[in-house]
Design a protein. Structure first.
Length: 145
């Protein structure tokens, strides 16, 4: 399949614009459900800080957010990831010049909950990410087994 990572885990990097909501949700959720087999990371093109409502949505599902931080895309330059999942169009445009390597690149355009006035926008985004991750993980783990 792909290169074996140094820690013998399938490595996934989630990218988004600010790394304050969607990509952090995906990182925390994937580490929560498959942390023994998949190591998830996240970064932003223009990193901000974890949004309070992002952390609330994760806590609502019982997902630990300790140590969750917004990272710049450059933090992962030169590293190999089995998969890079880009969660917004803006990050997709900027990631063309990324100096890392990936076995596959996947694009999921998840609406930015920060731009919504819906009080449930963060939980809806997390629900959509969880649904996509479940399908993606099921397909990936079948190939890894």
């Amino acid at each position: 399949m792909s290169e074996v990572s140094q820690v013998n885990q399938y490595r996934v990097l989630f990218l988004c614009n600010a790394n304050s909501a969607r990509s952090l949700m995906a990182e925390a959720l994937l580490n929560h459900i498959e942390g023994n087999r998949i190591a998830a990371f996240s970064a932003g093109v223009e990193p901000d800080r974890p949004h309070e409502r992002t952390l609330e949505a994760l806590h609502h599902l019982g997902i630990d957010t300790e140590g969750l931080a917004s990272e710049p895309l450059e933090h992962y330059a030169g590293q190999y990831f089995d998969a890079v999942i880009i969660l917004c169009d803006k990050a997709k445009q900027h990631c063309r010049d990324w100096e890392g390597a990936a076995g596959e690149v996947v694009y999921w355009d998840i609406p930015d909950p920060r731009l919504s006035e819906d009080p449930n926008a963060y939980r809806k985004a997390l629900r959509e990410i969880r649904g996509r991750l479940q399908l993606w993980v099921d397909a990936k783990l079948r190939k890894l087994d």
